[in-house]
Design a binder for this molecule. Structure first.
Ligand SMILES: [Zn+2]
Length: 85
């Protein structure tokens, strides 16, 4: 799974909608990709804040920004963090 694929599954992951095998892939990616793990932790906190205000939604623009942040950090740095395609 690449970072891009990971991000594509992120909203469903938080919604608990992922199939078990896909969720396992997401978890595996988090385990080896520190950047995505940070994003997940940050996003989870953001969601908790929103949930407390009962306005929960990961907007496309937020996902765009997360994606851009990860891609710029991952770029060619770590083995196991395969943002290149
Ligand atoms: Zn990643």
């Amino acid at each position: 799974m690449t970072c891009k694929e990971f991000l594509a599954q992120l909203t469903d992951y938080f919604d608990g909608k992922l199939a078990a095998d896909l969720e396992a892939e997401v978890r595996t990616h988090m385990g080896k990709c520190g950047h995505c793990e940070v994003v997940v932790n940050t996003t989870r906190k953001t969601i908790e804040v929103y949930r407390n205000n009962e306005v929960y939604e990961i907007s496309p623009s937020l996902r765009e920004r997360l994606c851009a942040a990860i891609m710029s950090k991952c770029k060619g740095k770590k083995p196991g963090c395969s943002s290149e395609e």
